[in-house]
Write a protein that binds this ligand. Sequence first.
Ligand code: SF4
Ligand code: SF4
Length: 159
Amino acid sequence: MEPARVRPEVPPFWVEVASTPGGESIATCIPCEACSSPCPIGALDPGFSLPRIIGRVKAGRRQETLAAEDLWTCTRCYACAAGCPRHARPGEILGALRQLALRAGADGPGPRRARALGAQVRERGRIDLATRGKPSPRRARPAASSAAVRGILDAAEAS
Ligand code: SF4
Ligand code: SF4
């Protein structure tokens, strides 16, 4: 009798997110919706829900998640972390998703702005909104200090 063929395992999307700097805590997320109530963006825009985004990740909807504009609505205020019963870091999970979206070549106002700001940090070591992209008289050293920031810059550069 011919042996049964074993399909190679494809890691689920949430594992890819958990392997991205900042996304590790998605492994502990249920998701339970508790991080919705402290979110100021969710209060202003009922269409925005971080648990819903995480739910899409857990359901393996990779393409839809990385192309969605709501990834770029979050202000990264981290108020959501206070409501999490699983000690996850939901705001950082969203940062990891942004890295993956940039690597996947996502387009739109959010990704374009992230690439422009990443280029400023690469070139000048800081974000300089006052000069609106024109050369600054003082040149600072690049200062991508955390793994999460470096990941976003690398993703912006690679895309
Ligand atoms: S970090 Fe983003 S998702 Fe979390 S509370 Fe702030 S705006 Fe909402
Ligand atoms: S990050 Fe925490 S609060 Fe938000 S859905 Fe996951 S487990 Fe619930």
